[in-house]
Write a new protein. Sequence first.
Length: 179
Amino acid sequence: MNRLKSSIQVLMVSAYAAFILLSFIVGFNPGEQIGRNFLSFFVDMLNVLPCAFILIGLFEVWGKKETVEKHLGEESGLMGYVWCILLASTTVGGLVVAFPVAYSLYHKGANIRIIFTYLGAAAVCRIPMTIFEASFIGIKFTLIRWLVSLPLIILSAIWLGAYFKRNNCKIMKGKEKEY
């Protein structure tokens, strides 16, 4: 089954690359634009990800479990949500970076409700995205979006946290893949 999955993945990547290459050869504008967009996104991620993962690694080593538990743990209360929203708003790289940060926070003792809030807030209220949105759509729209989104994110996180607790769900440590 793993071999079939790997073969399908290789086939899909090869088909995508062939489509982009063929688009440039025959002058198919939508395909060329897709290729340019992919290259632009790929370069942006190469600029952001190494620094982000170095910082996550440093946090893993230097971040104290007691500090995370105090500010984002079971007893953090309302301030835990405030802290995670502030942290999420400064996250660079979108959810590509937010998921490893959330995983690290979880294993340092952050409450699962806080983790879900962090992930939702990282998708909705990053500072660069907010500035971009406010400059094009307007401050009023951005404020309304925040005022609607953040309470819904927190309520969803509380509900998901209760669901996880009720069903004894745990986030597993990473497993080594067999090849």
